[in-house]
Every structure is written in C-alpha cells, then in structure tokens.
Design a protein around this ligand. Structure first.
Ligand code: ADP
Length: 369
C-alpha cells in the first residue's frame, strides 16, 4: 500500500480552461480521502491525473514515493472504479472480474483464487451470480462487480470517480456502508470523488473541498463541519446549508454585537479578540440551522441571544421541522424538533447559540472565526 502526493499540480486544457490550479495534497498510506465540490471544480481531472489517464500540465505526482508523471496508467499499480461501471457486456461476472488479471498473465489458479475472494467480500458468490452477464444484474450488483474488478488487482491505490451516482438513494446508502467496510477490511489507500457532501462526510477520513480548480480546505469531517475556513466551504458542507446573515459589528460597553434591522445578538467574550478589527464594519454572520432554537425549547434564552422573526414556511421532515424565518432584511432556517408547532406568519422568539457562531469577511469571504 502507498501514499499519494501531489505537488503544485495544475491542468490546463488549451489556453482557456484551467481545470486544476496548483494543487498540493498528501494522501497518507491507508487513508480514505474524498475530493468533493460542485460540478466542474476539477475533482475528476485531479483523480484522472493520479490514475495516469490525463497528462499533468505542471507539478509532480508521487505514488509510494515514486514520481509517476511519465509512468503510463497501466504501470502505476492503481485501480479505478467509474460511475458507469465500464463492465464488458458480453462477459460473465466471473470473466469481468478475471479479465484484468488475465491480461497481466496471472496463472489461472491465482486468478481463480482472487476472483472468488473478491466475490466473497462483495457478496457476489450467491447462486449463479458469477455466471451472469452484466445485463442480468441490478445496478447495485453491477457496481459491486466494478469494485470487484479493482479488488482482484490488489492495487497500491484505489481511485473512485462518483461510483454511486447511478444508484437510487437507498442503494447508495447501502453501498456507502459497504465501501466503508471494504476500506476497513482491505486497509488500503483510497481516493474518492463525489459532488455529494453527505457521501464525503460519511466516507472520508479526510475531505478535500475544491472550487474552480483550487483546494479550499482539507480537514476531517468534524473539523470541516465545525471550522470551515471560508464561506464557500461553510455553505457547501451541511444540509440544510449554514445560514448567512448580513450585518454590522457594534461595540457597546465592552461587548460586541452583530446588528442589522430587527436583529441584535451579543457575541461571546472568547470571540472578542478576533472580531474587534470589524467594529462598525460589515460582516457575514454564519449559523447552522441546528444552532437556532425556538425560545420555548431553548436552554439558555437570554434576551441578548434572542430575536423576533416571522415564520415564512414550515417544512416537516419527520423527526424534525425546518422553520424558514425572516427578520428585517435577513432570512434564515432553523432545524428544530418535531415537538415545535410553528405556523406561517407567526412571530417567534428565536434563540441563537452564539458559541456556534461563525463570522466571515464580506470581501474575502475568509472565516474570521
Ligand atoms: P468535476 O469532476 O469537478 O465535475 P472536471 O475535473 O471533470 O470537474 O472538470 C473541470 C473543468 O475542466 C471543467 O470546467 C470542465 O469543463 C473542464 N474539462 C474537463 N475535461 C476537459 C477536456 N477534455 N477538455 C476541455 N475541458 C475539460
């Protein structure tokens, strides 16, 4: 198994498209790293450069300490699983699994051993499964065969390009868990590309958030969620997304307040040093929907953390309710328990957990804290 290092890696297509811009990334041995970001941000291109399917315009890529820029894909000892499975339709499951090894002239016995081992890991041994053709399989089973083809190779690194996108929601959740188990069992380096932030949070040991070809932040799931480094990451990770309220920082009698029409919230003392430079200046206040409470259910409902807001919409989600509210010029959503009984146009006292507050510079969009 191996680590993968990208040093200052860029990729241009012609003069106009710079798909990946100076990416530095270290994927450790046995780590599960997820590249996530909106469509077109350069995730696939990055992965394909690691795979050797795309030339590197600038920079270096190392696999297991060896520079691979000029090593063709087939000699990089990696295996890639694609979104569209890329199975051979005329071959049985067994033959599909065996194909890559046959090509590399493995002995028949070894091929059979590896195919059966992979099939067993992935639950593909049942009944006549191994002799079926891809068209006789469900979407989930096809995806398992695609993963199996990677496993039999016992590669140094597994690469996954949106492997679950073609599956329905329920199957996606199931396959997600299977991939997690697979990673635990195989103890190998995996790099996984997805546009789905939930998939990223549940699968990744560490997550790389990309935007416009640039890495925005690399962090483990908890840190990414709790301490996003900028407004883009804060808004991309989490559902419903973090609320962003526009306003000004006021300082009164040794306290700092976030202020806008209809909103005045006191900041906590531990945030004073970082916010003091923004006194009388505009800021963006970020707060996650689960950190806003209806006053009647709040534990700490002090008036300096409470505002009055009007209910715009109520969305029941089973165990929870999303309440969409307006206060002055700002709108936000609160994610509360289904015990709450908000109704449209009602005025509610909403309490903000200011220990969970985030502030962003309105120009640079970098986190102030
Ligand atoms: P993602 O995987 O994040 O959706 P991609 O890595 O596929 O994004 O693409 C990044 C950018 O590079 C996009 O703007 C895309 O249009 C462009 N791009 C990708 N492949 C090519 C190509 N072969 N020729 C020109 N532009 C490309």
């Amino acid at each position: 198994m191996a680590d993968v290092v990208l040093k200052n890696v860029s990729k241009s297509y012609g003069d106009r498209v710079q798909a990946v811009k100076s990416v530095d990334l270290e994927v450790r041995d046995k780590e599960f790293v997820v590249l996530v970001g909106p469509s077109g941000c350069g995730k696939s291109t990055t992965l394909r450069m690691v795979a050797g399917l795309e030339e590197i315009s600038e920079g270096e890529i190392y696999i297991d300490k060896q520079i691979v820029n000029d090593i063709p894909a087939k000699n990089r000892d990696i295996a890639m699983v694609f979104q569209n499975y890329a199975l051979y339709p005329h071959m049985s499951v067994y033959e599909n699994l065996a194909f890559g090894l046959k090509l590399r002239r493995y002995p028949k016995k070894e091929i059979d051993r590896r195919v059966r081992e992979a099939a067993e890991i992935l639950g593909l041994c049942k009944g006549d499964m191994l002799s079926r053709k891809p068209k006789e399989l469900s979407g989930g089973e096809r995806q398992r065969v695609a993963v199996g083809r990677a496993i039999v190779r016992k590669p140094k690194v597994f690469l996954f390009d949106e492997p679950l996108s073609n599956l329905d929601a329920k199957l996606r959740v199931q396959m997600r868990m299977e991939l997690q188990k697979l990673h635990n069992r195989l103890q190998c380096t995996m790099i996984y590309v997805t546009h789905d932030q939930v998939e990223a949070l549940t699968l990744g040991d560490r997550i790389v958030v990309m935007r416009d070809g640039l890495i925005q932040q690399v962090a483990d799931p908890v840190n990414l969620y709790e301490s996003p480094s900028n407004k883009f990451v804060a808004g991309f990770i989490g559902s419903p997304p973090m609320n962003f309220l526009k306003g000004t920082i006021l300082s009164e009698n040794g306290s700092y307040f976030f202020y806008d029409r209809g909103i005045k919230l006191r900041l906590l003392p531990q945030h004073h040093s970082k916010i003091s430079a923004y006194r009388n200046k505009s800021v963006v206040f970020g707060i996650r929907p689960e950190d806003i409470y209806d006053k009647i259910f709040a534990q700490d409902a002090r008036p300096e953390f409470t505002i009055t807001a009007t209910v715009d919409m109520v969305e029941p989600m089973g165990s929870e309710i999303y309440i969409y509210l307006n206060a002055g010029n700002n709108s936000f959503v609160a994610r509360v328990s289904n015990q709450d009984t908000a109704t449209v146009n009602q005025d509610l006292q909403m309490v903000f957990d200011m220990s969970k507050a985030h502030f962003f510079d309105p120009e640079s969009e970098e986190a102030i804290f």
